[in-house]
Ligand binder design. Structure first.
Ligand SMILES: N[C@@H](CCC(=O)N[C@@H](CS)C(=O)NCC(=O)O)C(=O)O
Length: 204
């Protein structure tokens, strides 16, 4: 398998954490890709021009981290990260959607801040920030309701990668304040080898 990746993408991190949790990481060749550089040609594989993009062992191209992660989850014999059916599956998928949605808003906020000053919209950035804050409250409610206990799922992996990226890109947001249960869960989750091996850092 070949993974088009960037070392700072939280969606790529989801795939890498999933690969490590499922014991598949050694079978994945990492191909660094800068989605903003035309010569990196990501659009030849993925019309959306995004990472992560996976070329499977059979030559199939898969994109969008939920799809890639679910594919990896079919390739191992351990406990499924995507619960097969019933309430547990919907909770895991909801948590993944919530965490990915938080990331989508936070990425938009980051990119807005990188536009030339005269093109920036403070109202747009504020809208994305509010979305992230409501998302944090919803994640805290998941933790409070005991829905971050038991066996690791794709929901937890997504939440861990989202919170990790917010710490990386918006360290002054202080999302932990008033959300002690979520903060405690994240601290524990970050001790997993899969999280420790994939901490985001700027390329040198
Ligand atoms: N929904 C996608 C989001 C992927 C995504 O937005 N990746 C970013 C990097 S963090 C990207 O490639 N952006 C390039 C672009 O938007 O043109 C997923 O879960 O994989």
């Amino acid at each position: 398998m070949k993974l088009r990746y960037s070392p700072t993408s939280p969606y790529v991190r989801k795939v890498m954490v999933t690969a490590i949790e499922t014991g598949l990481a050694d079978g994945i060749e990492l191909i660094p890709t800068n989605v903003w550089k035309e010569e990196d040609d990501i659009v030849l594989l993925n019309p959306l021009g995004k990472v992560p993009t996976l070329v499977t062992g059979g030559g199939e191209v898969l994109y969008d981290s939920p799809v890639i992660c679910e594919h990896l989850d079919t390739l191992h014999d351990g406990i499924r990260l995507f619960p097969p059916a019933g309430g547990a599956r919907w909770i895991a998928l909801r948590q993944q959607a919530l965490a990915d949605g938080i990331l989508d808003a936070a990425v938009l906020r980051l990119l807005e801040g990188r536009r030339p000053q005269e093109e920036r919209s403070a109202a747009w950035a504020e809208r994305q920030k509010s979305c992230v804050e409501r998302g944090h409250d919803a994640l805290d409610a998941e933790a409070d309701a005991g829905l971050l206990a038991g066996d690791v799922t794709i929901g937890w992996i997504s939440i861990g990668c989202a919170l990790g990226w917010l710490d990386f890109r918006f360290p002054d947001d202080h999302w932990r304040a008033g959300r002690e249960v979520l903060a405690g869960w994240f601290e524990e989750f970050c001790k997993r080898p899969s999280m420790r091996e994939t901490v985001p850092k700027e390329p040198v």
